[in-house]
Design a protein around this ligand. Structure first.
Ligand code: A3P
Length: 322
């Protein structure tokens, strides 16, 4: 082996260690040996201090927007393809490397807190490990709403994007479809409605190798009802030095039915039509089905949050009767 050219050695190495074919990026500045050989023109400062990881449809855009109202907080520049989300740690962007990722962030000043939000991160198996490797000191923010409501919101999201399967089948037909024998498109939609809602299962991966205080749990129902209270909690949990009062920045808009931003001209600016959509309430049959479907997972979530000393979302406390 010693006499083989590097290319052959490389090939043989990956035959012996196939699991190492997949890169795992680490922060070059946190390892003395890496830092010594890292280009002088490069920096490690353009990396987020915290990441909002989702799941989708829990209010991630609203939280992202509220956080950006803070004078010390800055997020990534938008992506051409995925808008405010960089989606680096999930999917193929990861293989573009850390220079590609860092290019999305501004060079921070001394008090700047950088963050990104990609709602696709929460339930993808590889992501917690990748985030921990590159951003070992970062906080991870997870928003939780009743998983049944999350599933319904996702279904409505797909309908409004003219997804043929969501238009063809009722919500009850989607959640109730048998995984064996149903059309693949129906099963795929069902998975995307239901699977992210097994919060405890996904959260367990995020707790691996992280201190409990690095995980910030946000009650997504409270984020809708009392965003200023939630933002107080989020700022404290993220260790912000400058804690601002969001009750002056956000006011409830009757027409929208959600809290919106008070602009300098004292007008209200709300999120667009795709956030806070109008649709009928969930039917009772689906509600009953999903309450049962998520019962065990929600009980586990409650136990997990208690053991991590985390505040339990009000919706979960009420559901579990604790
Ligand atoms: P619905 O449109 O189903 O009501 P995400 O940004 O993660 O996709 O989440 C979208 C959800 O954010 C919306 O789902 C809505 O309920 C919720 N939300 C929370 N606060 C909001 C706000 N201030 N304005 C609009 N939507 C908000």
């Amino acid at each position: 082996l010693r006499y083989d050219p590097p290319e052959v050695v490389g090939r043989k190495y990956f035959e012996l260690y196939p699991e190492e074919k997949d890169p795992l990026w680490t922060n070059p500045c946190l390892d003395k040996r890496h830092k010594e050989i890292y280009s002088e023109d490069k920096t490690c400062d353009r990396l987020p201090n915290f990441v909002v990881v989702g799941p989708q449809k829990t209010g991630t855009t609203a939280l992202y927007w509220f956080l950006n109202m803070h004078p010390d907080v800055e997020s990534n520049r938008p992506s051409d393809k995925t808008f405010e989300e960089v989606q680096f740690f999930s999917g193929t962007n990861y293989y573009k490397g850390i220079d590609w990722y860092m290019d999305y962030f501004p060079v921070p000043s001394i008090d700047t807190i950088l963050f990104e939000k990609s709602a696709t991160y929460f339930d993808q198996e590889v992501v917690p490990r990748r985030v921990a490797a590159l951003l070992p000191k970062s906080h991870v923010v997870v928003i939780l709403i009743d998983p049944a409501k999350r599933a319904y919101s996702w279904y409505q999201h797909m309908r409004s994007h003219d997804d043929p399967t969501a238009l063809k089948y009722s919500f009850y037909q989607v959640v109730n479809a048998k995984r064996q024998g149903s059309p693949p498109a129906l099963i795929s939609l069902q998975r995307r409605c239901l699977d992210p809602g097994f919060y405890a299962y996904h959260l367990e991966r995020w707790t691996d190798g992280r201190r409990s205080d690095q995980i910030v749990i946000v009650d997504g129902e409270m984020l809708k009802e009392k965003p200023a209270v939630v933002m107080q909690h989020v700022q404290k949990a993220l260790g912000f030095k400058n804690i601002i009062d969001y009750s002056k920045k956000l006011k409830f808009d009757q027409k929208k039915g959600f809290f919106c931003q008070v602009t300098e001209q004292k007008r209200l600016k709300c999120l667009g039509k795709s956030k806070g959509r109008l649709y009928p309430d969930m039917d009772d049959k689906s509600q009953m089905f999903l309450t049962k479907y998520y019962q065990v997972a929600n009980t586990k979530l409650l136990q997990m949050l208690k053991s991590m000393n985390k505040p339990v979302p009000k919706w979960l406390e009420e559901q579990q009767g604790s």
